[in-house]
Unconditional design. Structure first.
Length: 280
């Protein structure tokens, strides 16, 4: 009976530069699309037997911080946040909506960070992908009206905040959860994408800054490790800029039903591989 490799073996301290680049290139589009970037980073490394999957937990955390930093930097360049701009200009309604959208994920992240990290196994990620797929399909199906993004109110902000808090569970996807909620609350697809983007950027920036503040100070790193972090961040920056450009030029919003089917397919691949390894 062969070894069961359904779970990463956190024993290594280093991994090849090419893996850092590949995962960084995946992170950008996966963050912009409702497919869960964290799930894709973990599952791609696991499915392709990358050395990254066997890194010690603190090393993977460091690398994830670098990926989010690269993506956040790309999103900040040329950001056109409707709610953000309105809040900055003194619009109390917009500021309240953003505050309610940011509060729940911030509180949940601070309180449950260590517990959530233990959920990041392939089987549980597959479950999160399936749950998120169902939410996307139902939300898009229920979303029949065409509310504009400017119509967002306090209850919408709270719903977005709760969705982003739920998306801390690996596989759910922040953008997927917020798109599903927006569609269920009657926003048109372009408006749902705008609200998801506007409310998501502060969360990405805040999470990156918090993780960096917690993980990086006082930790000695080898030059090789620093090169992997830099390569991952640079690749994530480039892929985010490229993916955003493609998404902004498309004529129609991304099909949420097709995205749900894709997520279901990825979950199926993971479950099949787990079953095969379990019976090996």
């Amino acid at each position: 009976m062969g070894p069961n490799r359904s779970l990463p073996r956190p024993v290594r301290r280093g991994f090849p530069l090419r893996e850092a680049v590949v995962l960084g290139l995946v992170h950008g589009p996966a963050e912009l699309l409702p497919v869960s970037s964290s799930a894709h980073i973990t599952l791609i490394a696991w499915l392709l037997d990358f050395s990254y999957a066997e890194l010690a937990l603190e090393c993977r955390k460091d690398f994830e911080v670098a990926l989010h930093a690269g993506t956040a930097a790309a999103l900040l360049i040329g950001a056109r946040s409707g709610l953000g701009r309105a809040a900055w200009s003194g619009d109390r309604r917009a500021a309240s909506v953003l505050g309610l959208a940011l509060g729940p994920p911030a509180l949940a992240g601070l309180a449950l960070e260590s517990g959530i990290e233990r959920l990041g196994t392939p089987r549980r990620i597959a479950g999160g992908l399936l749950v998120g797929s169902l939410a996307l399909a139902l939300g898009d199906r229920l979303g029949s009206s065409q509310r504009p993004a400017s119509d967002a109110r306090l209850l919408d902000g709270l719903a977005l905040g709760l969705a982003q808090a739920a998306a801390l569970v690996p596989g759910i996807s922040r953008s997927g959860a917020t798109l599903a909620v927006c569609r269920a609350r009657g926003f048109g697809r372009p408006a749902a994408e705008a609200l998801s983007r506007d409310c998501g950027l502060p969360v990405i920036l805040g999470a990156s800054a918090l993780r960096a503040a917690r993980l990086w100070p006082g930790q000695p790193r080898h030059r090789e490790t620093e090169s992997r972090l830099a390569a991952g961040a640079a690749a994530a920056f480039v892929s985010t800029v490229a993916a955003r450009g493609i998404l902004e030029r498309r004529e129609r919003p991304v099909s949420l039903l097709r995205t749900a089917l894709y997520r279901t397919g990825v979950a199926g691949v993971v479950l099949v591989r787990l079953a095969r390894r379990g019976s090996a």
